[in-house]
Design a protein around this ligand. Structure first.
Ligand code: FES
Length: 104
């Protein structure tokens, strides 16, 4: 069952940027792509549990701030060493000017 949780207003995330979102003891990263679409992944790098929201968004890639490992934030796929474990992704929807993620 999906469990939609409101993250923020759409204009609180810049295009080609990411924010940290904490909910119920978990941490997520929520992205806005250069094409104005929204995506969500686990908030911590699968390499050493660093917050990805402090990293850099480039096109559809999030680069970890610690060792520059790369993931596709659209699919969660690990794209560049030293990361080799994919990120979990979460469904996102935009409704009434707000961004929601499904954290079920
Ligand atoms: S902690 Fe993210 S690449 Fe090492």
């Amino acid at each position: 069952m999906s469990n939609w949780v409101k993250v923020c207003a759409t204009d609180e995330i810049d295009e080609e940027d990411v924010i940290r979102f904490d909910h119920a003891g978990r941490t997520f990263a929520v992205y806005r792509s250069p094409d104005d679409e929204f995506f969500a992944t686990d908030g911590l790098c699968t390499h050493e549990k660093i917050h990805l929201a402090e990293g850099l968004v480039m096109d559809d890639i999030i680069e970890c701030p610690k060792h520059n490992g790369r993931f596709s934030y659209k699919t969660g796929e690990a794209k560049g060493a030293p990361v080799c474990v994919d990120l979990k992704t979460y469904p996102v929807k935009v409704e009434g000017g707000s961004v929601f993620i499904s954290v079920a």
